[in-house]
Write a protein that binds this ligand. Structure first.
Ligand code: MTE
Length: 321
């Protein structure tokens, strides 16, 4: 082939074009990486969660220490554990947005005289809604103060009339792999044993501090906090407070619970907050209150010892952890 010398790209032009292509490639490559990293770290939090529907409720006096304050709405609704959606706390709110919380029914049965399938809006009207400002302690070592809206779980259990043989209450969260990505089978199987299950002894479930929450900060729960219905047990580690409940069963035997099944040495059935009982991999003596700089000492039964310690009298809390 004959190529005129005028048609040949001069070496310097060719080299500078090559440098340009290389530099542009590097620039776009690094922009893409930075963009992905930026989205990964910041985007889930950059859009605040949509505010929920307002609820009518009775205000109660918070039982907090003078130096304790409510955790901000943004943190309560933007820093969540809801493993069905993500193990990355800041990503839960965005991923959970797709979850439909109406229509929603809750099957309440097992060892009861009057088993019943409740519609969520019937549950909301079952008892007067109260504000309960509770400190919540996660087993991972962080804590929040949350103004829940709800009513005692006892009000619902009384409606179905537990039999004398009932000794435990089991809670089952929603199973819907179409909206909950982590419930789908991955290459390495599933993250946890789904649906998420938790349980309480009947006397713990009937305790006046144990509530069914339908809202927080005066509004209906958003999906990331366990809409439309979740249990809240403030003297136990957060994992006992099952979210998005679809089934409540009264039983004579102790229910199998998700975290206990996954790691029995690390997550006991009782899971009472106790600074004297370490998690096998870390101490539970202090906690990071979200929004604060200094760690706080963790209190026995999360500060509710006066109300709940009698439930465990005579029990060794080290073996019944
Ligand atoms: N319930 C379900 N169904 N799935 C979960 O992953 N996480 C638990 C608990 N309930 C969890 C759940 C844990 S570990 C904690 S600390 C609390 O929910 C967190 O509740 P919050 O996001 O409303 O603060």
């Amino acid at each position: 082939m004959n190529v005129k010398s005028s048609e040949v790209t001069p070496k310097e032009v060719y080299l500078s074009r090559r440098r340009f292509v290389l530099q542009a490639g590097l620039l776009f490559g690094s922009l893409a990486v930075t963009g992905t990293a930026y989205r990964w770290f910041f985007e889930p939090e950059s859009k605040p969660a949509p505010r929920g529907t307002p609820l009518n409720f009775i205000r109660t006096k918070p039982q907090l220490m003078a130096d304790e304050h409510l955790t901000s709405y943004e943190k309560v609704t933007g820093y969540n554990n809801f493993y069905e959606f993500s193990t990355y706390k800041q990503a839960v709110a965005k991923r959970a947005r797709q979850m439909k919380v109406r229509p929603w029914t809750v099957v309440v049965g097992g060892l009861v005289a009057r088993p019943k399938i409740f519609d969520i809006d019937e549950i909301i009207r079952l008892a007067p809604l109260e504000e309960r400002i509770y400190r919540m302690r996660c087993v991972e070592g962080w804590s929040m103060v949350i103004p829940w809206i709800g009513f005692p779980l006892k009000a619902l259990l009384d409606k179905v009339e537990p039999l004398s043989t009932a000794r435990y209450v089991e809670f089952e969260s929603l199973y819907d792999p179409e909206v909950m990505p982590n419930q789908r089978q991955g290459l390495w199987g599933s993250l946890l044993n789904w649906p998420y299950r938790e349980g309480l002894r009947l006397d713990e479930a009937m305790h006046p501090l144990t509530i069914l929450a339908v809202g927080l900060y005066g509004e209906m729960l958003l999906p990331q906090n366990g809409a439309p219905l979740r249990v809240v047990v403030p003297w136990k580690y957060g994992f006992k407070s099952a979210k998005s409940i679809v089934k409540i069963t009264l039983r004579s035997d102790r229910p199998q619970t998700t975290w206990n099944l996954a790691q029995p040495r690390e997550y006991g059935f009782y899971a009472n907050v106790n600074p004297a009982v370490s998690h096998p991999r870390w101490s539970q003596q202090t906690e990071r209150r979200i929004g604060e700089f200094w760690r706080r000492p963790t209190l026995l039964f999360n500060g509710y010892a006066e109300q709940v310690a009698h439930l465990y009298s005579g029990m060794d809390l080290k073996t019944n952890f």
